[in-house]
Design a protein around this ligand. Structure first.
Ligand SMILES: Nc1ncnc2c1ncn2[C@@H]1O[C@H](COP(=O)(O)OP(=O)(O)OP(=O)(O)O)[C@@H](O)[C@H]1O
Ligand SMILES: [Mg+2]
Length: 351
């Protein structure tokens, strides 16, 4: 029998820098988004002069480059000046007021006792810091769909009246979020809005090409493959296109091929679509959600709590499983209209 580790020392033939194909990777250049990058930068420019900026709400489909563009602008801001403290918060991972404050405290490197401070006390310390150091804060609330309460937005936007400067950039898929906020919050935030349009096939092909050049060995892919992947990405999503390129490359490597063939891509695509069939085996995570909902309808936040006791996942991941189950018509959800609560949904088994 050959050694089980045979080949472990060999350089992978196709993928040279895998991280370049992963969704968290921030490329040096963001293509086709010059206008959007400029709007974001212009919106936050006043902060550099310690003036109140425009609050910005960015919405658009998944994979349209919202997170990357905002992160890119923050990077440029930090290269240019240290007069502003940007705080990036993913609201699926930090969905409460306290969690967001803790993220700000973390970025400020404020020495605070880990326990014993009430939420509003923590915010008072934050205000004190901003006043003392005269450093405005740029709060980036990414995936705002994940924020559970809107009180945070009220408190933060109102602090401008107390001579403390906060800028807010909100990002979400759902463009109706500002309209659903309480009127007093909406009027103190005064969001200006910008949509990120889906990429067209040509734009996706060019994004794929630049990434392939950085990530894959020369001669292991061709334009025909990249164009096919670009054409397949529903909703003009660069995230989906890049994920498919990455999977096709892995597939070809596993098969020991020197080059990614269109067949590799078609194979991984057919695997994807069988996952969408309702009769197919469910993942452990999906099965757990169904199990939890067996005992009756539940609010999404309660479902998250129960789920997290069994399997550690981010809330965003759990939401994705919920969406999958909805698409498979196994569960139904209903939006809950409740003052002060954002995006709470009632979930129940279908039928
Ligand atoms: N204009 C672009 N140029 C190069 N790469 C891009 C561009 N836009 C998006 N990407 C890449 O596509 C992937 C997804 O982008 P990003 O995470 O910014 O999308 P998003 O709009 O925030 O999606 P979601 O709504 O799902 O959070 C990332 O790997 C990113 O590097
Ligand atoms: Mg994003």
């Amino acid at each position: 029998m050959p050694n089980l580790f045979d080949g472990a020392k060999e350089e992978p033939r196709i993928i040279r820098r895998e991280e370049v194909l992963l969704p968290e990777y921030l490329p040096d250049e963001l293509m086709h988004r010059d206008a959007e990058l400029q709007v974001i930068a212009d919106g936050i420019k006043p902060l550099v002069q310690r003036k109140t900026p425009e609050n910005l709400f960015i919405h658009g489909c998944s994979g349209s480059g919202k997170t990357s563009c905002v992160k890119y602008v923050i990077k440029q801001l930090l290269d240019y000046s240290s007069a502003v403290l940007p705080v990036y918060v993913n609201c699926w991972e930090n969905s409460t007021q306290l969690a967001v404050y803790n993220r700000i405290v973390e970025e400020m490197r404020l020495p605070l006792p880990r326990r014993g401070l009430a939420t509003d006390e923590i915010f008072d310390r934050i205000l004190q810091y901003v006043r003392n150091y005269k450093k405005p804060i740029l709060l980036i609330l990414d995936d705002m769909d994940g924020l559970r309460h809107d009180e945070l937005l009220y408190v933060v936007s109102r602090s401008n009246e107390k001579g403390v400067i906060f800028g807010i950039v909100g990002i979400a898929n759902d463009k109706t979020i500002p309209a659903r906020l309480d009127l007093r919050i909406r009027s103190s935030l005064r969001f200006s809005e910008m949509e990120f349009k889906p990429y067209n096939e040509e734009q996706l092909s060019s994004i794929l090409r630049v990434r392939a050049e950085a990530a894959l060995a020369p001669g292991t892919y061709d334009d025909r493959l990249l164009n096919k992947i670009a054409a397949s990405a529903e909703g003009g999503s660069a995230r989906l296109a890049l994920e498919r390129l990455w999977k096709a490359a892995k597939h070809a490597e596993k098969a020991g091929r020197p080059k990614i063939m269109v067949q590799d891509f078609e194979d991984i695509l057919s695997l994807e679509s069988t996952f969408k069939l309702p009769e197919l085996k469910l993942s452990d995570e999906e099965a757990l959600i169904l199990e939890i909902l067996k005992s009756g309808p539940l609010e999404s936040s309660d479902l998250y709590d129960k789920f997290l006791k069994k399997i550690p996942k981010t809330k965003r991941q759990i939401r994705n499983y919920i969406d999958l189950l909805e698409r498979k018509s196994l569960i139904v959800s209903e939006e809950l209209e409740r003052p002060g609560m954002l995006n709470s949904r009632m979930l129940k088994l279908k039928g």
